[in-house]
Design a protein around this ligand. Structure first.
Ligand code: BES
Ligand code: ZN
Ligand code: ZN
Length: 471
């Protein structure tokens, strides 16, 4: 378990709405004509016009020469921020001088603007000595509560991903799930190490057995038994060496993030439980370290799965789909209304769509469209790729029921998704997200580092399309 706060808290970047401290207004110039009607003096307007340049923000001086406010422009960045100008607020915490600010714009989507501020303000400070510098803080706008619980979820997810494997193994991941459950009155059970064999999770055991830190299946549940069943399954590979098919150094460097699927599931779980959505939530995390030792599983091995299908190992680096297969099979046994998996499953997903746009796989057209729309609304986009049945045969094995890798170099994210779908038979709907889990360079919505992609999009969907309103 982490021994100290893993990042500075939300309190360091937000101030209570009623604080007596003076704050500077932030105006978001949503329309090109904004300046004409802006609440500024003629001199200030002239300054803004002269000084705008190509920047994203400008401090506006008052008559005393001190800053009187900040103008922010949505910017020219393509993608989400063009349609959701509030997302541009995410740039400001990293740009503004320390001090207190407030948003001043009656037409603003307050929740999204507050979320954008908090996403942009996050820094991972666990391993930095000192208290850090003074930073810009935002006065909480009215009804900021929902935004803050979304942010708590994302900050938790980022902290988990950013924490290196030396401090976050399967056991610490379980501790994080238990801590979250404790906050919300959820139940957690876990099956650890050799017990995985007796409980029939042979794939999770096989992938994790070469590590000195035993693998486990973590099972969190929350909510009234009568609620619609939503089950989230997360890939929790705390470090992926590739196993005996060892990764080259450059590909291994970031593999502490191979538990980002689990982090995204916990992040989303926090949002759901904090909002009190009316559903029965279950989170299953298949946690293991894909390590190298004499007892590691090998290429050519044939493994049994919980569902009974046998799997020939074509590559020990395709371990995520193995641990997920057992977790999905368990999830599927109770036929949830919606079953979703989150996983840093393939490098091929990043080749197909890049690091910022995770593929979504779902056979239900309506649900897939709703996910895509929800993602765009909140700046957490997903893009649908097909469960293309025409490629099923590429998973054939001459000696087992299927292989854990396809027979060629193409469509690796699709064939991995098809592999997972083989283990889902009864759930009413199944959605799978092949996430990257990492922001390779700083952007408006966060610094370089871990990102529990899809959690915010999923929560946005649930609020509108699945669960009904909070109790
Ligand atoms: N964790 C990796 C996938 C990954 C790599 C995600 C880089 C994000 C960034 C996964 O376990 C893996 O190694 N997959 C292999 C599968 C291959 C052996 C069929 C891959 O994508 O190369
Ligand atoms: Zn791997
Ligand atoms: Zn992996």
């Amino acid at each position: 378990m982490p021994t100290r706060a893993t990042s500075f808290g939300l309190k360091s970047v937000f101030a209570p709405g009623d604080t007596a401290e003076r704050s500077l207004p932030i105006w978001l110039a949503r329309q090109p004509t904004w300046l004409r009607d802006a609440p500024l003096s003629a001199a200030q307007k002239a300054w803004v016009e002269r000084a705008r340049g190509s920047g994203r923000h400008l401090l506006v001086p008052g008559v005393d020469g001190q800053p009187a406010g900040v103008v922010a422009w949505p910017g020219d960045e393509r993608g989400a921020s063009r349609d959701q100008p509030e997302l541009a607020i995410g740039h400001l915490p990293g740009l503004l001088p320390a001090g207190l600010y407030h948003l001043e714009d009656p037409g603003l989507n307050w929740e999204l603007a507050t979320v954008a501020w908090g996403l942009g303000a996050y820094r991972f400070r666990r391993y930095k000595s000192g208290n850090g510098e003074e930073v810009a803080r935002l006065r909480q706008p009215p009804a900021a509560g929902r935004a803050l619980s979304i942010l708590e979820g994302v900050w938790l997810g980022r902290d988990l991903i950013n924490t290196p494997a030396s401090d976050l193994g399967p056991q610490e991941l379980e501790a994080a799930a238990r801590a979250l459950a404790g906050r919300h009155g959820a139940e957690v059970t876990s099956i650890v190490g050799e017990d995985l064999l007796a409980a029939n999770f042979p794939l999770i055991h096989a992938v994790g057995r070469a590590s000195t830190r035993p693998p486990r299946l973590i099972d969190l549940s929350w909510g009234a038994a009568s609620g619609k069943r939503l089950t989230l399954v997360g890939k929790g590979i705390c470090f992926d060496t590739g196993g005996l098919d060892i990764k080259p150094a450059s590909a291994m460097l970031l593999m502490k993030k191979d538990m980002a699927g689990a982090a995204a599931a916990l992040c989303l779980g926090h949002m759901i439980m904090a909002a009190g959505l009316k559903l029965r939530l279950r989170i299953l995390i298949a946690a293991a370290e894909n390590s190298i030792a004499g007892n590691a599983f090998r290429p050519g091995d044939i493994l049994h799965s919980r569902l009974g299908k046998t799997i020939e190992i074509g590559n020990t680096d395709a371990e995520g789909r193995l641990v997920l297969a057992d977790a999905l099979a368990l999830a599927d046994e109770e036929a949830p209304e919606l079953l979703a998996s989150f996983a840093t499953l393939t490098g091929a997903a990043r080749v197909a769509l890049g690091p910022d746009l995770p593929p979504l796989y779902c056979d239900d057209d309506e649900l897939a469209a709703a996910f895509a729309a929800a993602g765009l609304r909140v700046g957490d986009p997903v893009w649908r790729l097909p469960f293309w049945s025409g490629y099923e045969a590429s998973l054939d094995s001459p000696v087992a029921d299927l292989s854990n890798v396809s027979d060629g170099p193409f469509a690796g994210s699709v064939t991995a998704a098809l592999f997972l779908r083989r283990f889902v038979n009864r759930s009413r709907r199944f959605a799978h997200f092949d996430i990257f889990g990492w922001r390779p360079a700083p952007r408006s919505l966060g610094p370089k580092g871990g990102e529990p992609q899809v959690a915010r999009a999923f929560f946005e969907l649930l609020r509108h399309d699945f669960a009904g309103q909070p109790s």
